[in-house]
Ligand binder design. Structure first.
Ligand code: FAD
Length: 501
């Protein structure tokens, strides 16, 4: 019998168990052996609670039952992120998981809106998006209706307890053949010839050898960073927040189908409603506020009683210079970190897993083309999210030293070009790979106060009165589309109620 390819996943946080579950679902056990090493003593970060709609694709890809998954993770629905006091103090907008309007003739809806808006004849952009209307009405329904129906013009993501998600996936993956190895890794042995990793040794003395190692060891980056010395490309010059303080609070009556991000003098605060509690955190730049002040600000701005002591976490914004080096692939926090302003970390794990499954070598000899392609696509993913996050910082009122610094900083060329193209005629070039799509950029540009001077020329031909009719008709269909939707709380209680913990 030929030897099976030995895949070793180091770390059992969200990243490790997502990877293990995908391998269990898709790899032939006769050819691939999958083991996961984790240490209960070390634990996980477990604060990633807001996700993107792609997570539903991941769960569907595994074949998970949505109701069982939501009940097991105390999950709620998410239609987007509400940004409060971003752009200008007092402003409020939503980055939705849904489209604005629908294409009319040759141009996209946004171009018509931009033209009418420049002439003072359009309603605010959110009026044309069902995801936003539903979110602000605190209602929820699953997408439904015929193609082209406004009730189909959105998608959704989840708020979930990341710790429970890892536990759920662990049971699922173990049932499908993944071996879990408990123990703290104390040494890592390298192969003298290739320079790659040969094995890891646990405190018990047990040794785990492998052909390919997936490093999901969290911020430590035990294999990729510490052992192979692949360092982090530091993006602090654009994304100055380096700390977060997190605390759960009692569930409040305001059970929103969206995440809230509120800008604060030294960063921003998140609010994530789950079925059993609300997750909260203040992401901040430690150069501008002390840990104690940040914790006090967070505790003073909860809408339910705190359920634990605030917990401080440190991080660096950036990605490893190579996500795949020798026979090690870094995923999750071991591969890089971008603050959770747009809930992208779990998405990045998902993308790394999908690319790994596509590029997985057939045997221990790794063709250099495979890591090269993996690193190219992961770099693209990180770089695009980075630009999108920077946009939130750069387009703001400078009302505190942190905000003065970020609103005058030099932007990456890639972002500068996008901002100018948008100001000119509302153009948002669509990416072939990676996040985010044009609707997301339009929502954040307009929400942060960057509005095009006019629309695309393709939208010029329609007479003003016809355009006004079209816009009014669409806004009316949005309002009508949510009329029968139950409240978010009612929908969750009926569809996926979670057990009391
Ligand atoms: C403040 C903050 C907020 C976040 N919010 C979001 C969000 O809203 N949405 C989102 O998508 N993401 C979010 N994230 C990111 C998210 O938490 C992580 O991406 C995700 O949980 C993956 O973590 P991980 O599995 O890479 O690492 P970890 O959870 O740290 O897991 C590391 C694993 O490695 C193991 N390990 C480490 N060293 C050893 C050793 N020596 N021996 C054996 N085992 C070892 C540990 O036991 C653990 O099992 C947030 C992160 C932070 C810091």
């Amino acid at each position: 019998m030929t030897k099976r390819f030995d895949l070793v996943i180091v770390g059992g946080g969200t990243a490790g168990w997502m990877c293990a579950a995908a391998c269990a679902a898709k790899l032939d056990p006769a050819r691939y052996r999958v083991r996961l090493v984790e240490s209960e003593e070390i634990g996980t970060v477990g604060v990633g609670e807001a996700t993107l709609p792609q997570m539903k694709d991941f769960n569907d890809y595994l074949g998970l039952d949505e109701v069982a998954f939501m009940a097991a993770t105390q999950a709620s629905f998410k239609l987007g992120i509400e940004f409060v006091n971003w752009g200008r103090q007092g402003d409020r907008y939503i980055h939705p998981f849904g489209t604005f309007g629908r294409p009319i003739g040759e141009a996209d809806f946004f171009s018509y809106w931009a033209r009418a808006n420049a002439a003072g004849r359009a309603a605010p952009l959110p009026d044309y998006c069902i995801a936003i209307a539903m979110a602000w009405a605190n209602r929820f329904m699953l997408p439904n209706g015929a193609a082209g129906d406004v009730r189909n013009a959105f998608s959704y993501a989840y708020h979930l307890d990341a710790f429970l998600y890892a536990r759920f996936l662990r049971l699922w993956a173990e049932e499908r053949g993944v071996d879990r190895v408990e123990g703290r890794i104390v040494t890592v042995e390298r192969d003298g010839e290739s320079g790659g990793i040969a094995s890891v040794t646990l405190a018990s003395g047990a040794q785990v050898t492998g052909d390919l190692f997936v490093d999901c060891s969290g911020f430590r980056s035990l294999l990729l960073g510490q052992t192979l010395g692949v360092d982090l490309e530091d993006w602090a010059r654009w994304l100055p927040c380096d700390s977060a303080v997190a605390v759960p609070s009692a569930r409040s009556d305001d059970f929103t189908p969206y995440t809230r991000s509120t800008r604060r003098p030294a960063g921003w605060q998140w609010r994530i409603p789950l079925q059993h509690r609300t997750g909260n955190g203040y992401v901040y730049a430690s150069a501008h506020i002390s840990d104690d002040e940040a914790a006090a600000t967070l505790l003073a701005n909860l809408d339910g009683a705190a359920l634990a002591d605030p917990r401080v976490l440190r991080f660096k914004a950036g990605r490893r210079r190579r996500a795949w080096a020798h026979n090690v692939i870094g995923m999750g926090l071991a591969g890089g970190f971008l603050e959770p302003l747009e809930s992208t970390s779990i998405y990045l794990v998902q993308m790394a897993i999908m690319h790994l499954l596509t590029l997985l070598p057939d045997g221990p000899a790794i063709d250099p083309a495979l890591p090269a392609e993996f690193n190219r696509v992961m770099d693209v993913e990180y770089d695009r999210i980075r630009d999108f996050l920077i946009l939130h910082y750069a387009a703001n009122e400078a009302d505190a030293p942190l905000w003065q610094a970020v609103t005058t900083m030099e932007l990456p060329e890639s972002l500068h070009g996008r901002i100018e193209a948008f100001r000119h005629r509302g153009h948002v070039p669509a990416y072939r790979d990676g996040l985010f799509g044009p609707t997301s950029w339009q929502a954040v540009f307009v929400g942060q106060g960057i509005v095009p001077r006019t629309g695309d020329r393709l939208a010029d031909a329609m007479p003003d009165d016809v355009l006004a009719q079209r816009l009014d008709g669409f806004a009316a269909s949005v309002a009508k589309g949510i009329a029968d939707a139950p409240s978010h709380a009612q929908f969750v209680a009926r569809y996926c109620p979670a057990p009391a913990l």
